[in-house]
Design a protein around this ligand. Structure first.
Ligand code: CO
Length: 660
């Protein structure tokens, strides 16, 4: 090197490392004593807010996230405070109207944020524009972010093009966000070089995770290729699913001749402090040693670790683990069909789940989740490559595709919500908390009003507090978050006394989506069915005569379900291997067999023998892939017999109910 180049560090211990290792369960009171020390370390920035911190504060920690931010700001006047924002989705997965995005950005900056790292799961810059614009307007530093992924369409040119667009929008830096730790040193070097060549004046940041063990090399090669800043975590809270260690990279980069302006004495104090924090979280079970380990399996399959274990757990749940190879082979095909979305929450769950469905249903896209349908409509944004037109047609039928940006069709929400909330919201920040997490924020407001329920330990969350009144911490587990290790806090009563345990996105942490299923191929026909006041266009197996032939039993027209309860309350597979229900027998003349559309467990039986039912009435609810799937009556009739028993496993085409 001709001259010493400076490398900046972003400390992630209070946000991403906290989120990745201990499900964001670090309460303010626990880290307050170290804030003034962190402030003296000489970081480029400290990532302290956004991501899951907001939701967890409200849901589990009895903390107002805005108040947390103000307190951190007061204790850390010298360090740039940074947050993670999901563009038009703010902190979740839903698209919010522009006025809400703008208010959220405005108040984040007003309450102390300097740098907002803004990303979109599909890298659709239209979903970043408003947040970037508002950040710039409010005097903040917008960091334009690329979600790293590999595919035939994610070329260096495409990334460079995105970076140029971000620059046009006014970002002050670029971040490569490798949420799954799958970016290797080679990709890092190539991408950093290409980006620095294209926009040399913008600082370039590398964000990765140690999950696969590549992170140190990825950071180093990235720095060599021109990256200016790396995300790291203080050593006791580093590694595994979190970021590489601050001290290690500082040491290595210095020894290679780079300028690192971190104060080692301060880092030692920080490390001592967080060793204690780590010990406490290991002791109470929040920090699982598995999240500290290196997992290279996803390098073999080129899919994020969380997604792989998700596939395995889904297949196990359906007694179909023997189909793993098929599901693994199907996954990249589904991703290609869908236009190569980056594999980050929620698209990683959607792609994985669809691959499993395609394999288990024996026909591709016969069973399609509501999210995939919304994705194909364009509700998530522009896909990196076009969706396969034939598959899009099969999934959508005549449903129109969204033109332009989804949020363009959304009505302003802030003033309306503020009015509705009235005195419940004490300030505009409360209104934003409510818009972001309505149920959780409302419970939080009530708890706050009543004085928070006593917690038996500062770090224990759901299930730990007294059982008296409904509390924010009793709410269902939070949604999965951006490809990290997922945890759910599970009420002790519901899960063998375990308070917090690692789970996969489709288990307790994933909001179970609705499910729309297409007709059985032998009896096509499209109908509109109304359930709970909502009309659903579904393909229904039509009875083609009063007496279906034995060879072609009329199948149920499974429709969609209400959101499933938290997965932890879903029935566990029966203790003893549940006997499969009787295989479909040929129904007698005048009878209609309602068969299971897919493998799963019988969650509820909603009908009794002798009961009169109308076409579309729910007969049985299956629980499969952590979703509830309603099996409805295909025709009007009377329930003759019920073969389905709650808690039993059923396979595709097993008889559930016979209608007479
Ligand atoms: Co991350």
């Amino acid at each position: 090197m001709s001259k010493t180049r400076k490398v900046g560090f972003t400390e992630t211990v209070l946000r991403d490392a906290n989120q990745s290792l201990i499900a964001t369960r670090l309460p303010y009171s626990k880290f307050e004593p170290i804030l003034e020390t962190i402030d003296k370390a000489g970081y480029y920035s400290a990532e302290v807010w956004g991501g899951a911190t907001f939701d967890v504060c409200l849901r589990y920690l009895q903390e107002d996230p805005w108040d947390r931010l103000r307190k951190i700001r007061a204790k850390m006047p010298n360090t740039k405070l940074q947050m993670l924002l999901r563009g038009q989705n703010i902190l979740g997965y839903k698209h919010y109207p522009d006025d809400v995005v703008r208010k959220f950005v405005e108040y984040s900056i007003k309450n102390g944020i300097d740098i907002i790292r803004i990303f979109d799961a599909l890298n659709d810059v239209r979903n970043l524009k408003v947040a970037i614009e508002e950040t710039v307007k409010q005097g903040g530093h917008a960091s334009g972010t690329i979600c790293f992924t590999t595919s035939p369409v994610h070329t260096l040119e495409k990334n460079v093009q995105m970076v140029k667009e971000l620059k046009q929008m006014g970002v002050k830096s670029i971040c490569i966000k490798d949420m799954a730790g799958i970016m290797g040193p080679k990709e890092s070097a190539d991408l950093c070089k290409a980006i620095k060549d294209a926009v040399p004046e913008l600082p370039l940041v590398i964000h990765t995770h140690c999950t696969t063990g590549l992170a140190f090399m990825t950071c180093l090669k990235g720095v060599e290729a021109g990256a200016d800043v790396i995300d790291t975590a203080i050593s006791p809270m580093s590694g595994g699913t979190a970021q590489p260690a601050t001290e290690t990279l500082a040491y290595a980069l210095r020894s290679l001749g780079y300028q690192v302006d971190l104060d080692d004495k301060v880092l030692i104090k920080m490390a001592d402090f967080f060793k204690g924090v780590r010990a406490d979280f290991i002791k109470d079970g929040t920090l699982d040693p598995i999240s500290m380990a290196t997992d290279t399996q996803c390098l073999n399959y080129q899919i994020p670790g969380g997604m792989l274990s998700n596939l395995i757990s889904q297949l196990k749940m359906m007694n179909a683990i023997d189909k793993l190879d098929e599901a693994l082979a199907e996954t990249p095909k589904v991703r290609a069909d869908l236009g190569y979305p980056p594999l980050v929450t929620p698209t990683s769950q959607m792609v994985g789940s669809q691959a499993v469905q395609n394999v288990l249903a024996g026909e591709r896209y016969k069973v399609v989740g509501k999210e995939i349908k919304a994705y194909c409509r364009g509700e998530y944004g522009r896909t990196p490559a076009p969706i396969d037109p034939a598959i899009q047609k099969k999934i959508l039928g005549d449903t129109p595709v969204v033109k332009g940006r989804f949020a363009d069709g959304l009505e302003p929400e802030f003033d309306k919500t503020k009015k509705e909330l009235g005195a419940t919201a004490k300030c505009d920040e409360d209104v934003l908390s409510y818009i972001a997490f309505p149920q959780v924020a409302m419970a939080f407001f009530k708890d706050r009003e009543a004085g928070f329920p006593k917690k038996d330990a500062p770090m224990k969350a759901a299930g730990a507090a007294s059982p008296a009144a409904p509390k924010a911490s009793d709410l269902p587990p939070m949604p999965a978050w951006q490809g990290h290790v997922y945890y759910a806090n599970v009420p002790a009563s519901a899960s063998n006394g375990v308070t917090a345990r690692p789970i996969q996105p489709f288990a307790a942490s994933y909001q179970p989506p609705h499910l729309v299923m297409s007709a059985r191929d032998n009896c096509p026909g499209t109908y509109t069915i109304t359930i709970d006041g909502k009309a659903y266009a579904v393909s229904v197996a039509a009875a083609d005569g009063p007496a279906p032939t034995a060879a072609a039993p009329v199948a149920a027209a499974p429709v969609m379900a209400a959101p499933a309860p938290a997965a932890v309350s879903a029935p566990a597979p029966a203790a003893a291997p549940a006997p499969a229900a009787a295989p479909a027998a040929a129904p007698a003349a005048g009878e209609t067999a309602v068969n299971s559309p897919m493998p799963g467990n019988v969650f509820k039986v909603e009908c009794k023998p002798g009961q009169a039912v109308k076409a579309g009435d729910v007969l049985v609810i299956l629980e499969a892939m952590k979703m509830e799937i309603e099996v409805t009556a295909p025709v009007d009739g009377t329930v003759k017999s019920v073969a389905a028993a709650v808690g039993t496993a059923v396979n595709t085409d097993d008889l559930l109910v016979t209608l007479g």
